[in-house]
Design a protein around this ligand. Structure first.
Ligand SMILES: *[C@@H]1O[C@H](CO)[C@@H](O)[C@H](O)[C@H]1NC(C)=O
Ligand SMILES: *[C@@H]1O[C@H](CO)[C@@H](O)[C@H](O)[C@H]1NC(C)=O
Ligand SMILES: *[C@@H]1O[C@H](CO)[C@@H](O)[C@H](O)[C@H]1NC(C)=O
Ligand SMILES: *[C@@H]1O[C@H](CO)[C@@H](O)[C@H](O)[C@H]1NC(C)=O
Length: 473
């Protein structure tokens, strides 16, 4: 009777304790996770757990904050509880085929792993304690570098079960067995794509299975690794569970997207749609994005500079053009104009002096100046002209109906003629009539040579321009 009561009582007690110990947690993203981080580990704003980032020789740890009871504390020699855990990870390297050392799921007696090395020891051990059974560390490594010397790594893309050291108890190339045909499919850990890992330990069978798969497919039936080994000598009563990663020489982002864990039962499946999004694919792409943006920016700058340059040149040209009056553009350079005036002047000289009678044109104006193909000036339209005999003063004839403008024009034309003949007087004597008319009106101007030419010629042209289109044709 008493013993029956005792059995019932103890059964009840064990059940209560067991119920109390059956820890479980699920993180579909780490926005509200109670994890303790160290090293370079951090949560990204959108809830990713990033164990390491762009620096070299870095390690990062993330542990569930509270200790996990793996053994019935009333019986230290007892087998450890069954447990199950699943997580989604992604490894993003600076380089397409090269990566940092990898990630490990770790069960450790301490929260954080002080004194461990940020290189091929994956942040789990260092050169002094690697392989030491006092470590009491169980890990599942996702190893992306082949370290032959110490750990006999099979390749640079493998999954292993490690106990107290990095020389794996069980190891295989990363991949999974297809449920339909049993075919093995390789997976590249450093592909940057998210993948899922299941780790299950059966406390009765003393067997640990590790299964890997792309994150978008269900758990394959056949595990990648299966190790039969009693872990009760390794795993202490209370342990901490978490992750470790190290970069070594290659800056690498090691991400955990979600994690669930359960003692004595099946860890809850993660919900893919609830997991935080990884950064846009790959540092390589980010680089090419930077490159694209950079090149575009450079192109824009170059084009802007070119446009500014062109605008500047156009403005400069326009400014320069403002110095050249528009009538000058219309009517050619000074030398050409002088030539036309010379032509007209020599025509007048002929009419006034050289013909048998004196011809007074009386209508010398721009519209009556004709140009030949070589821009020689010719006087035309003698409709208003008068004849008189040599010896009479032609200046007397310009009274009456001479248009004032024409008279001014004649005067100016004569002035220039005079200048021309003065400057060329050694070759040709100055035309007497022109000379006399100039003397008659403005003696000083007769003395001005180049100055007058500079001033008067444009004035004549200005008058000429207003006079007639014919002049310019
Ligand atoms: C988070 O972990 C700390 C440290 O173990 C603990 O004190 C705290 O109660 C935990 N918070 C929650 C919300 O679980
Ligand atoms: C783990 O358990 C072993 C004995 O099983 C003990 O010697 C060791 O100190 C324990 N380690 C920790 C960190 O509690
Ligand atoms: C899978 O990876 C291993 C190790 O790198 C290699 O030997 C094997 O040929 C690969 N298989 C396929 C199908 O790519
Ligand atoms: C490990 O996988 C094998 C093969 O699928 C299975 O029979 C066994 O029950 C698994 N063990 C655990 C602990 O999940």
């Amino acid at each position: 009777m008493f013993s029956r009561l005792l059995v019932t009582l103890s059964f009840f007690l064990v059940k209560v304790i067991a119920a109390h110990e059956d820890l479980s947690f699920t993180y579909n993203g780490f926005s509200s996770a109670n994890l303790s981080l160290d090293g370079v580990a951090e949560f990204t704003p959108n809830g990713l757990l990033r164990l390491t980032d762009i620096d070299t020789q870095r390690k990062g740890h993330a542990f569930y904050s509270n200790p996990v009871t793996f053994k019935n504390s009333m019986n230290t020699a007892a087998a450890i509880f069954s447990f199950s855990t699943t997580f989604v990870f992604a490894i993003r390297s600076e380089y397409p085929t090269l990566s940092g050392h990898g990630i490990a799921l770790v069960i450790s007696p301490t929260r954080g792993l002080p004194g461990t090395s940020p290189n091929h020891y994956l942040g789990l051990f260092n050169e002094n304690n690697n392989g030491n059974e006092n470590n009491h560390v169980v890990a599942v490594e996702l190893d992306t570098i082949k370290s032959i010397d110490q750990f006999d790594d099979i390749n640079n893309n493998h999954v292993g079960i490690d106990i107290n050291g990095l020389k794996s108890e069980k190891v295989y190339t990363a991949g999974y067995y297809n449920d339909k045909n049993g075919e093995f499919k390789n997976l590249t850990l450093v592909s940057g794509k998210s993948m899922k890992v299941w780790v299950e330990y059966d406390g009765k069978k003393k067997q640990m299975n590790v299964t890997l798969a792309p994150s978008n497919i269900g758990k394959p039936r056949t595990p990648l690794l299966s190790l039969t080994r009693d872990l009760s000598s390794v795993v202490n009563n209370t342990m901490y569970v978490g992750f470790s990663a190290s970069t070594g020489s290659v800056p690498t982002s090691h991400y955990i997207l979600g994690w669930s864990f359960k003692i004595n039962g099946q860890a809850q499946e993660l919900v893919l749609s609830q997991l935080p999004k990884l950064p846009r694919m790959g540092d390589k792409k980010d680089r090419s994005l930077i490159l694209t943006v950079g090149l575009t920016l450079i192109c824009v700058i170059i084009i802007s500079l070119a446009i500014s340059g062109i605008i500047y040149l156009i403005k400069r040209k326009r400014k320069f053009e403002e110095l050249v009056e528009d009538w000058e553009v219309d009517y050619g350079p000074q030398s050409q104009r002088l030539r036309i005036i010379k032509g007209v002047a020599s025509g007048l000289l002929y009419l006034h002096e050289e013909w048998e009678q004196v011809v007074i044109h009386r209508d010398v104006k721009a519209s009556n100046v004709l140009l030949d193909s070589e821009f020689n000036g010719r006087l035309g339209d003698f409709g208003l002209s008068r004849l008189c005999d040599h010896g009479r003063d032609p200046m007397l004839e310009k009274s009456g109906n001479f248009p004032l403008k024409s008279q001014a024009f004649v005067l100016l034309l004569n002035t220039v003629c005079a200048i021309w003949s003065t400057s060329a007087k050694k070759k040709h004597p100055p035309p007497p009539a022109v000379g006399s008319s100039l003397n008659h009106h403005d003696k000083d101007n007769y003395e001005c040579k180049v100055e007058v030419e500079k001033l008067m010629v444009p004035v004549i042209w200005h008058v000429a321009r207003r006079g007639s289109r014919r002049f310019s044709s």
